[in-house]
Design a protein around this ligand. Sequence first.
Ligand SMILES: Cc1cc2nc3c(=O)[nH]c(=O)nc-3n(C[C@H](O)[C@H](O)[C@H](O)COP(=O)(O)O)c2cc1C
Length: 189
Amino acid sequence: MTLAEVDASAWAELEGATADPQSAFRYLNLCSVDAGGRPQARMVVLRRADAARRSLEIHTDVRSPKWQEISANPSVAILGFGPQPRVQLRLQGSAELYGPASQRAAEAWSLLPPSTRRTYMGGPPGDDIEEWPASEGTVADADGRAFFGVLIFRAETLDWFQLRHADNRRAVFAYDNLGALTSSRWVHP
Ligand SMILES: Cc1cc2nc3c(=O)[nH]c(=O)nc-3n(C[C@H](O)[C@H](O)[C@H](O)COP(=O)(O)O)c2cc1C
């Protein structure tokens, strides 16, 4: 594969993952930095990928610690691993946050199934819980809408690593703020 093909294949995998629940890249590790400078990692669902803009869309609760962390420091990393072929995608970039009042959140919310909307109806993520509700809530969808936020990740670099038997491969790519590829090179794994 050429460098251009590696870059294209990585983004094709990410785009494909948004439509394929079986894809390994459907679930990614989103890493932020908290107020104390500590790394914070958690799994998230990849909702949308735009290969041309080098952006990824993630949904979350605006009351969650990650939302607060990223509001204060938009520098984030995304990590994924696909077993077939064995490829690690390590993306570094920044996140833009679109809160409940934004058009972007309104559009994304309108496309969510009721089961997903329900995940935003509980108490603030991370708060203590006294008792699990007996059944699925009877609260209206609108109650979750107020806590629903969209995170758009824009990649600045992609570190691609392929684990092979003897000859691992690694390549590093950089993008400008419109998503155009500005550099690509093979590096020692
Ligand atoms: C497979 C998987 C997918 C998840 N997807 C999301 C998601 O898309 N958005 C989200 O906010 N949390 C998601 N979570 C929960 C987060 O990993 C995390 O526990 C939660 O959002 C609280 O994170 P925070 O305290 O860093 O804000 C997911 C968890 C798992 C195990």
